[in-house]
Design a protein. Structure first.
Length: 231
């Protein structure tokens, strides 16, 4: 689900007068290799719910998936607008993504945080279907879709692509609470979870992932080059 290039590309970019813009990090938690959530976070979750009695973390409601998708879309455009590189998502783009991703979604890996019935945060994870896509040569027709559906339930690699908290609920620990619930939901599946595309200067999320015991395993680098002549 993510591109990869050899390390020596870096020298090519520099020689072509490109320069670094931003690094993006990937963090990993492999439950099959013994990753365990630090015990203090179980205590934190209990204290959080005592403080905010009206908070409810639930899995994606497949019967009302359009409403949940709308809540995720709305929170994304509100909570992530200040993030470097974020482009607001149009409603029609969200609806198109929903149609394409509905086939592979695992409700246990998509969380919606509600306070007194109102959505205030979400956590968006998906099974990594790259291995299956390679097996069917990227073709769902005529029989690729059947192979995908058959093998989807056995996938143990997951990608966490998005997590956002409404501005009014930031800095209260709701992001950590959603990570904890995601861990609980996927523990029995013994998955390997990657948290993708964490901005190098997003210290709040970086610190949260590192305190949760996740390891940084990949660095992606974005380069830029001015196309305006300086002559």
């Amino acid at each position: 689900m993510a591109p990869w290039n050899p390390e020596y590309y870096h020298e090519f970019f520099l020689s072509a007068n490109y320069s670094k813009v931003k690094d993006l990090y990937v963090y990993e938690a492999d439950m099959d290799k013994g990753y365990v959530l630090p015990e203090r976070y179980e205590n934190f979750a209990n204290e959080f719910h005592k403080r905010y009695h009206g908070m409810n973390l639930r899995s994606l409601d497949m019967k009302n998936i359009k409403q949940d998708a709308y809540s995720i879309w709305e929170i994304s455009n509100t909570a992530l607008s200040a993030n470097w590189g974020y482009v607001p998502l149009d409603l029609d783009v969200m609806e198109d993504m929903l149609r394409k991703l509905k086939l592979i979604v695992d409700p246990d890996a998509v969380l919606v945080a509600e306070y007194q019935g109102n959505a205030v945060g979400f956590c968006l994870g998906f099974p990594d279907i790259n291995g299956i896509i390679k097996e069917i040569n990227g073709r769902l027709l005529p029989f690729g879709w059947a192979v995908l559906l058959k093998k989807l339930k056995n996938i143990t690699d997951y990608r966490l692509f998005g997590l956002a908290v409404h501005p009014g609920w930031q800095s209260r620990g709701l992001d950590a609470l959603m990570y904890i619930q995601l861990y609980r939901n996927l523990l029995n599946k013994k998955v390997r979870m990657e948290a993708n595309y964490i901005l190098e200067d997003n210290f709040r999320i970086k610190n949260a992932l590192e305190k949760l015991g996740m390891n940084r395993i990949i660095t992606y680098r974005i380069y830029e080059k001015s196309l305006i002549s300086t002559i």
